[in-house]
Ligand binder design. Structure first.
Ligand SMILES: [Zn+2]
Length: 369
């Protein structure tokens, strides 16, 4: 890893190869020494300097954004961390049948990773997802123990939908994905979860409560407060440079202006938009992660997130173009953009980063134990 970030030092030999003999030396040897110096300079230093220059250029061209993705070093002193451990099992609200089910905790994590990340992803990405999923569920479990279960499912601390994290049991996975998937992919995911068994993320000595993740960021993740209500110190905008293989990198959605106006008015009946025309639809500001922060629609102001929700766009990272009576939204990335980008994590894994480096990159300042 360090090797990739090192740049060749082109100055190393420059002083050592120069003749330091003074004017008082033997007269006959002087021209010979001069010739030797010139020959050395031409044969050794010039080619070396040229090669070094090209190598340095190549390194920069190959990894233009590597510095932004370079995670912080692993902390050595972890004595102040209040370590948690997962319970033997967790009760999951099964939304399809309206009943709860008690699942061994690590099996639950396997069912979540199987449902939330493609099994074709790299092992280190699956391991990062395992730690994120385990941390997220344990924090929900502990919060419910303290304050009671969420109102949305009062019989269990977690449910099996996107409201918490999507979960499928082994039987459902077998039914939905088939025996071959169970023989290969389930084993791969199980191995990733087992390899990180019990590991959790901590920030400032405490368990991370919001291990949020999304499909792809479009190049940069978001500050939590720009998408959700509150700022969270480890959910800050970072570069996500390895998303080349992400799905939905660029998607377009075209509507007539009246369709757009109707949809947004119906979704936000409390706002007075007035008459929406081509000339009063404008993007007003962007967040630090590049998503639309505020937008003028008619005489009202809406957030990019609200527009995304009203239209079902892939992300709030969009541009608009208006031609005649039509408006086209072009989105970049997929999901809310906060926390770990899953495609970014997979790209980092392919580039040689470990799951801990991936997690420390997307969840700034965290420790994995
Ligand atoms: Zn839930």
């Amino acid at each position: 890893m360090n090797q990739r970030r090192q740049k060749p030092n082109i100055c190393v030999f420059s002083l050592r190869t120069r003749s330091r003999r003074g004017a008082g030396g033997l007269g006959l040897l002087k021209p010979a020494l001069l010739l030797l110096s010139v020959t050395l300079f031409v044969l050794v230093i010039v080619p070396f300097a040229i090669t070094s220059l090209f190598t340095a250029q190549e390194t920069q061209e190959q990894t233009p954004t590597q510095a932004e993705a370079a995670p912080k070093e692993e902390p050595t002193d972890t004595s102040d961390i209040q370590q948690e451990s997962v319970p033997a099992s967790i009760t999951v609200y099964r939304s399809a049948i309206g009943k709860t089910e008690k699942v061994p905790f690590e099996i639950y994590v396997k069912g979540v990773v199987s449902s939330e990340m493609p099994s074709t992803f790299e092992e280190e990405a699956l391991k990062a997802q395992s730690v994120a999923a385990r941390t997220y569920s344990l924090s929900k479990y502990l919060r419910a123990k303290k304050n009671g279960n969420p109102a949305a499912h009062s019989s269990a601390p977690v449910c099996d939908t996107v409201h918490c994290q999507v979960y499928q049991g082994k039987q459902e996975l077998k039914k939905n994905k088939g025996s071959a998937w169970m023989n290969n992919d389930w084993k791969k995911i199980s191995a990733a979860v087992d390899a990180t068994k019990g590991q959790l993320m901590y920030y400032d000595g405490q368990l991370v409560e919001q291990a949020l993740f999304h499909s792809s960021s479009g190049g940069k993740t978001e500050n939590c407060e720009d998408v959700f209500a509150a700022a969270v110190p480890y959910l800050v905008s970072v570069e996500s440079p390895y998303e080349e293989e992400a799905t939905h990198q660029k998607e377009t959605e075209t509507l007539t202006i009246s369709e757009f106006a109707e949809k947004i008015k119906r979704t936000y009946p409390g706002k007075s938009f007035g008459t929406v025309t081509a000339s009063n639809i404008k993007i007003r500001s962007h967040s630090s992660g590049g998503r639309v922060e505020t937008m003028q629609v008619g005489s009202a102001s809406v957030t990019g997130k609200q527009v995304r929700e009203a239209l079902g766009l892939y992300s709030a990272n969009f541009t608009i173009s208006i031609a005649q009576d039509k408006i086209t939204f072009t989105t970049t990335g997929s999901g809310h953009g906060v926390g770990m980008s899953q495609y970014g994590a997979n790209g980092m894994a392919k580039a040689g980063y470990s799951y801990k480096e991936i997690l420390r990159h997307y969840y700034s300042g965290t420790v994995i134990l």
